[in-house]
Design a protein around this ligand. Structure first.
Ligand SMILES: [Zn+2]
Ligand SMILES: [Zn+2]
Length: 297
């Protein structure tokens, strides 16, 4: 029985998804077959191969019960001669692997029916760079492999993008290359079904959340009240944009006094009609992040 999320009034199954994966097709340690076995045995529903500059022949793979998405990590040269990392998902298996610049890559992926996220932006992309690009779906907020290059977390970049007016969504991914990258960051997609098209449609419109373990069960914002229900955590924040850093938290727990909480309810400042996102953190210091939502009556 699939877990169901109440996603702002829509009751939908959620699919546990690992969307940034390398295999021996580029510089990963595991063959595609081994990758599929590892994630399938760990209970995942969706896997996307995203080897550097190359697609995988995913239509020939046995997904072992999972939906396998075709993807690619693309590396155009950005400003300051920095090598960019763009995560393309839902691309045809014959998609070319090199592009003259980031916008050309995004345009080609979009024209082919795919979507593009900015991978582990810290250090390579400034929020200013990202805002120059047209057609991106979002960024990665957490990237397991990124801990080796100081790019594990991208909360600050995400906040800057939202503050500039882009309701940008964010994935959590393993960016799996080696065994020590396995199963630490993933994305829960709320979709009608696990077909590639339904999953991509949900990703496109931000109907998902990023997590390292905690689960959102209900998200709601109506009659001026924001509410979230989730698995047991010790901290929950709601960030408001523009101009309000933290608009709700049940307290500042210490290790000794940590209250265990499973819901949050707050009424943002009277009349607030901006954008919110929620972050929760459990006793093992694992986070989950909801995507920004705009108030609607
Ligand atoms: Zn990368
Ligand atoms: Zn990667």
């Amino acid at each position: 029985m699939k877990n169901i999320i109440d996603f702002y009034g829509a009751q939908l199954p959620v699919f546990k998804s690992s969307l940034h994966i390398h295999s021996t097709v580029s510089d990963g340690d595991f063959s595609p077959e081994e990758v599929i076995r590892l994630y399938s045995e760990a209970g995942y529903d969706v896997l996307a191969f995203s080897d550097h500059h190359k697609t995988n022949p995913v239509s020939t793979y046995d997904g072992k019960g999972m939906t396998i998405l075709s993807g690619m990590e693309i590396h155009p040269i950005g400003p300051r001669n920095v090598i960019w990392h763009l995560l393309a998902l839902g691309v045809p298996e014959d998609l070319p692997g090199t592009y003259p610049n980031g916008q050309a890559a995004i345009d080609a992926v979009t024209a082919a029916g795919g979507i593009v996220f900015c991978a582990h932006p810290n250090g390579a992309f400034s929020s200013h760079d990202i805002l120059q690009l047209q057609g991106l779906t979002g960024i990665e907020v957490a990237n397991t492999n990124g801990r080796f290059t100081g790019r594990e977390y991208n909360d600050q970049c995400w906040n800057e993008l939202i503050a500039e007016g882009w309701r940008c969504s964010a994935l959590a991914v393993d960016d799996m290359h080696t065994a020590c990258d396995l199963f630490q960051n993933w994305t829960m997609i709320a979709a009608e079904n696990p077909s590639p098209q339904a999953l991509l449609d949900a990703l496109k419109c931000g109907r998902f959340y990023a997590t390292q373990g905690p689960q959102f069960k209900r998200l709601s914002w109506k009659d001026g009240v924001f509410e979230a229900e989730f698995s047991e955590v010790v901290e929950a924040f709601v960030y408001g944009f523009p101009g309000m850093d933290i608009i709700a938290t049940p307290g500042f727990p210490t290790p000794e006094t940590s209250p265990r909480i499973t819901s949050l309810r707050c009424r943002p400042t009277e009349g607030f009609r901006g954008v919110l996102r929620c972050r929760i953190r459990d006793a093992q210091n694992r986070c989950a992040w909801s995507n920004p939502i705009t108030y609607s009556e």
